[in-house]
Structure formats: structure tokens, C-alpha cells
Design a protein around this ligand. Structure first.
Ligand SMILES: *[C@@H]1O[C@H](CO)[C@@H](O)[C@H](O)[C@H]1NC(C)=O
Ligand SMILES: *[C@@H]1O[C@H](CO)[C@@H](O)[C@H](O)[C@H]1NC(C)=O
Ligand SMILES: *[C@@H]1O[C@H](CO)[C@@H](O)[C@H](O)[C@H]1NC(C)=O
Ligand SMILES: *[C@@H]1O[C@H](CO)[C@@H](O)[C@H](O)[C@H]1NC(C)=O
Ligand SMILES: *[C@@H]1O[C@H](CO)[C@@H](O)[C@H](O)[C@H]1NC(C)=O
Ligand SMILES: *[C@@H]1O[C@H](CO)[C@@H](O)[C@H](O)[C@H]1NC(C)=O
Length: 370
């Protein structure tokens, strides 16, 4: 059995002690501006100066967030006990034998499993403006807290969410929402040019092979979130971004959700390690005024245990193109189970206004674990 499936089953059984039936609700309205129990707080802005040497750039953010980052250091060793046998014991053995701190060994072993099970969408309004929204759902498998009915890592990550304005010559090059200390990009905007988010793609075609190859020294593939960082920093148009995201060889599969600055420019790029399997674009002539991606190929059914796509699309369809805006996209992303226990933050982007706004989220009970 695939290791991911195995971990999923183990995780399911851990949560099943308090299994709640699939909890879905009517499409939310009037949630924006963010308030109430699903809004945990605003995200702080920082500036990163790309003219500084790379080793200097993150100093201020990490100084501010040191305590929160350190909490993860204490937490990672605890996670080892949530991992299934024999992985947990093997990892402890590796730490003992190597003298490398347990937290670091855990991290090496699970970083690909600390997934992002997200929802991303790009929609075109009736005036041809592109709106890009995403929920970052992070921390699956990393320990379910029975008492609090929450995911350990998800809760610890919320204080680490920061907005960053990356500048060169004191001018904005791009903006992103990040976890402090994570140098890749999962959510970002190049104002007036394009918007970009990345979602995890679970696939048998090379989930690990690329990463193992990397460790063995065959380094022609690129880390997915480093590619998005490069694209945000150095691509200058939607078309250039699309080509780079579609054609660069990767270490593992991924979905890239890209929005441009003119009508029709919105797509989901489904990637294997080596090539683009599919580019699904907004196509007004076909009535497709938005594209929406969770973590399943759009031409296949989602996993029955994890269908956030149908509820999200239902709410998009109900909203209609005439009423789409940052406000109504926030409503869609606030509807359970699109909003769930893993949801760390919600980001809304308006490319033509050069605007990125993010909000830390909570999902009060009853709420799906994912
Ligand atoms: C449970 O949640 C409360 C409030 O968010 C927090 O203060 C407490 O530390 C949490 N408990 C654990 C074990 O994480
Ligand atoms: C950026 O602004 C600061 C002060 O605001 C100034 O000291 C610095 O020289 C500027 N850098 C560039 C590259 O313009
Ligand atoms: C972007 O391009 C510049 C100039 O070629 C290069 O120095 C920089 O490393 C690139 N950034 C990334 C993240 O690849
Ligand atoms: C859209 O992006 C292209 C490429 O970056 C740029 O040349 C153009 O001016 C942009 N259009 C608007 C309306 O911002
Ligand atoms: C939403 O609308 C699209 C386009 O009409 C349709 O293909 C899709 O099945 C609808 N989905 C839901 C969940 O209503
Ligand atoms: C869309 O907007 C119109 C006018 O603002 C409003 O009358 C209508 O109720 C809205 N529809 C939905 C589904 O929100």
C-alpha cells in the first residue's frame, strides 16, 4: 500500500475517536470584512529587502517570531510519537545514532507529509478583473489534539503567518503570505501582472522519487515552492509565469494556480515531476468564469472522504459572476468544509489593484478535521 494511504488511514483512526459526520453548511454570506469566531486575527506585514545578501534578509522577521519558531522545535520531537510504527521507532533510532536533534530528523522525514490540503481559485468578474483566493490548510497528520479538537501543528503555525513585501531598490517586486522562516512561496502576487498559489498534488507518479534523487545528488529537478518564489521574483507576465510553471522539471507533483491581469487569464496547471499534464483555463465562451482547485485532478472525482471541491463550486455557482468580488470570495472560503480545522489563513488578491490581504482563521465546532 502506498505510504500516503497508510498514513491517511492511521490518521483517520486517530481522529475517529471523536469522528464527526461530514459537516457542511449553507454558503456563507456577509462574512466580510472578517469578524466573528472564524476570524482569529490580522496578519502582520514585513518588508524583505532583496538588495541585502540572502543571509541577512530574514533577520527581522525571525527575531520577531523567534519564540513561535522555537515552539515548533519543541513540538517536532513530540510528533514522532504520532507517526505510525515502525517509522516512529526508526526515526528515533536515526536521531540517536547520528547525534542529530530528534526534531530535525522528524522534519526531514515528514516534510513532504506536512501537507497543504488547500483550496485555491481564480475568478473573473463581469468587468474582466481577476480575483484570486486561497485557504491554506496545513498540518494534516501532525497530531490531533483530542481535548481541543484541533491539529497541533496548525495551531502552532497560526502565530507564524506573516505578509511580506519583497522589495528591490525600495520598490515592491512581489508580495506574499508566508510562514516565518519558510523561504519558498505558496501564496503571492506580482502587482499588476499576476497572482500565484500552489496546492499539493498527491500522486503515485513520483511523490518521493524526486526527493530521493535530490538527496542522492541528481539535482536537475526544482523544489516546487522555490520555483514559485523564482517566478514571483523574476517573471514579468502571466504568459512567462505560465511557461515556467508548466515546463520546469520538479522534484514532486504539484498544482499551480495562476491568475493574470486581463480577461481569460486564469488557470490551474496540473504538474507531474517532468511535465505539465493539463492546463485548465478560464473560458468565458464555455461559461467557465472561474477555475477552482483543491487537491485532486480536476477531471477526476475528489476522494470521497475529502470533498471540498463540490461545496466550494456550489457556492461559487450560487454567487454568480455578476456578484464575484473579494468579499464574496471570502464568503466562499468561509463556508465549511472549505473552511476546516486545518485552515490556517485565507488570502484574497486583486491583481489590478496590486492588493493582497490575509486573515488568520479558526473553525469553531462543529467543524470537519479537514
Ligand atoms: C487548547 O486551546 C487553548 C485555547 O486555544 C490553549 O490555551 C491550550 O494551550 C490548548 N491546549 C493544548 C494542549 O494545546
Ligand atoms: C531605500 O530607502 C532608504 C531609506 O528609506 C535609503 O536609506 C536607501 O538608500 C534606499 N535604497 C535604495 C536602493 O534606494
Ligand atoms: C532572480 O533573478 C536575479 C537576477 O538574475 C537572480 O540574482 C535571483 O537569484 C533570481 N531569484 C530567484 C529566486 O531565483
Ligand atoms: C499586464 O501585464 C503585462 C505584462 O506584465 C503588462 O505589460 C501590462 O501593462 C499589464 N496590464 C495592466 C492593465 O496592468
Ligand atoms: C457549477 O457550475 C459549473 C458550470 O456550470 C458546473 O459544471 C458544475 O457542475 C457546477 N457545480 C456545482 C457543485 O454546482
Ligand atoms: C447579487 O447582487 C445583486 C445586486 O447587488 C443582488 O440583488 C443579488 O441578491 C445578489 N445575488 C446573490 C446570489 O448574492
Amino acid at each position: 500500500m502506498d505510504r500516503l494511504c497508510y498514513l491517511l488511514l492511521v490518521s483517520l483512526s486517530a481522529v475517529s475517536a471523536q469522528f464527526v459526520p461530514p459537516y457542511t453548511e449553507e454558503c456563507q454570506t456577509g462574512m466580510y470584512p472578517p469578524k466573528g469566531p472564524t476570524f482569529k486575527g490580522p496578519v502582520t506585514w514585513y518588508t524583505i529587502d532583496l538588495d541585502l545578501p540572502p543571509s541577512e534578509r530574514w533577520k527581522l522577521i525571525i527575531t520577531d517570531k523567534k519564540a513561535a519558531v522555537r515552539v515548533l522545535h519543541v513540538l517536532f520531537p513530540l510528533i514522532v510519537n504520532t507517526l505510525p510504527y515502525p517509522f516512529n521507532e526508526e526515526i528515533k533510532g536515526v536521531a540517536t545514532a547520528s547525534g542529530v536533534p530528534l526534531g530535525e530528523v522528524v522534519l526531514y522525514n515528514i516534510f513532504y507529509e506536512i501537507f497543504t490540503v488547500c483550496t485555491s481559485l481564480v475568478a473573473e468578474d463581469s468587468n474582466g478583473n481577476l480575483i484570486h483566493g486561497r485557504n491554506m490548510d496545513f498540518g494534516l497528520f501532525m497530531g490531533w489534539d483530542m481535548k481541543n479538537r484541533s491539529w497541533l501543528i496548525t495551531e502552532k503555525l497560526k502565530p507564524l503567518v506573516v505578509n511580506i513585501d519583497f522589495q528591490r531598490g525600495n520598490k515592491t517586486v512581489f508580495k506574499s503570505t508566508n510562514f516565518a522562516g519558510y523561504v519558498g512561496m505558496l501564496t503571492g502576487i506580482k502587482p499588476h501582472a499576476f497572482t500565484l498559489t500552489m496546492n499539493e498534488r498527491f500522486s503515485l507518479d513520483g511523490g518521493y522519487i524526486g526527493i530521493v534523487e535530490w538527496i542522492l545528488g541528481n539535482r536537475d529537478g526544482m523544489w516546487m515552492s522555490f520555483l514559485t518564489r523564482s517566478v514571483l521574483e523574476n517573471a514579468t507576465s502571466y504568459e512567462e509565469a505560465k511557461n515556467l510553471l508548466a515546463q520546469t522539471k520538479l522534484l514532486a507533483p504539484a498544482y499551480f494556480i495562476l491568475g493574470g491581469n486581463q480577461t481569460g487569464q486564469g488557470c490551474v496547471i496540473t504538474r507531474s515531476r517532468v511535465l505539465s499534464l493539463d492546463i485548465w483555463e478560464i473560458e468565458l465562451k464555455l461559461g467557465r468564469w472561474y477555475v477552482l482547485e483543491t487537491n485532486y485532478d480536476h477531471w477526476k472525482e475528489p476522494l470521497f472522504l475529502d470533498n471540498r471541491r463540490t461545496p466550494a463550486m456550489k457556492c461559487m455557482n450560487q454567487t454568480t459572476q455578476a456578484n464575484i468580488s473579494l468579499k464574496t470570495v471570502y464568503d466562499v472560503l468561509s463556508t465549511k468544509p472549505v473552511l476546516n480545522k486545518l485552515t490556517t489563513y485565507t488570502t484574497l488578491m486583486d491583481v489590478n489593484k496590486g492588493k493582497l490581504e490575509s486573515y488568520i482563521r479558526d473553525c469553531p465546532n462543529p467543524c470537519m478535521p479537514w
